[in-house]
Design a protein around this ligand. Structure first.
Ligand code: SF4
Length: 209
């Protein structure tokens, strides 16, 4: 059975939904392409800028970018090179370990991110038209699908600390610069970093108490 076959999927609810999600994915690819074209950027460069704006500081590297783009290190490096040539990104050593080179948005890069952030507005508006109970049902269903896809290695879920099983809020009250703790990295966390996206995020409900 294939959901691409309209005759087959007409009697198959999960197949119809799979195709609807496929169309949404196509629409998002087009939104990415159009937003990029308006600013002289490829879709991968748009995704890289958005990644650098919101990812946890320690993963803003070529390796982190490769993981986010689900691309090779060579491809991620080419994307970073192109953004560097455009003056949107700078390479610099990570203060905590100078052997690690991180990628940082320049002032122009941050302004470009502001221009790009509305690229999902039409999608969000379509969801906002649904009654709240439908939105809640949709959210639960999509979370289930995303987790299944993540478990199958099809997507890496980036989320912030506050719903993560490894997060220990206010574990270091004596340290105002980094009052929280990440049990995954076994390291203190500054408050601002807890609101960034992390590829090691693990939902609390997935880890038995
Ligand atoms: S593993 Fe969890 S607690 Fe640690 S930085 Fe990532 S999201 Fe935050």
């Amino acid at each position: 059975m294939s959901p691409f076959n309209p005759r087959v999927r007409s009697e198959w609810m999960s197949g119809q939904i799979a195709i609807a999600l496929y169309r949404i994915a196509q629409a998002i690819q087009l939104m990415l392409r159009r937003a990029g074209q308006a600013h002289g950027l490829s879709p991968a460069q748009v995704q890289a800028l958005l990644f650098l704006a919101y990812a946890r500081p320690g993963v803003r590297t070529i390796g982190g970018l490769a993981r986010r783009l689900q691309a090779t290190l060579a491809t991620a490096s080419e994307v970073a090179d192109a953004l560097e040539r455009k003056g949107l990104v700078a390479r610099e050593p990570w203060p905590e370990d100078h052997r690690i080179i991180t990628l940082r948005l320049t002032g122009n890069g941050r302004r470009r991110v502001t221009d790009l952030e509305g690229l999902l507005d039409d999608l969000e508006a379509a969801i906002a038209e649904l009654p709240l109970p439908n939105q809640q049902t949709l959210q639960g269903a999509l979370q289930h699908i995303v987790r299944r896809l993540a478990a199958g290695g099809h997507v890496v879920v980036y989320e912030m600390c506050w719903g993560c099983a490894f997060f220990r809020p206010y574990a270091h009250p004596e340290n105002p610069a980094a009052p929280h703790h990440c049990a995954f990295m076994d390291a203190p966390l500054p408050d601002a970093d807890t609101y960034t996206e992390c590829p090691d995020f693990t939902p609390r409900e997935e880890v038995p108490a």
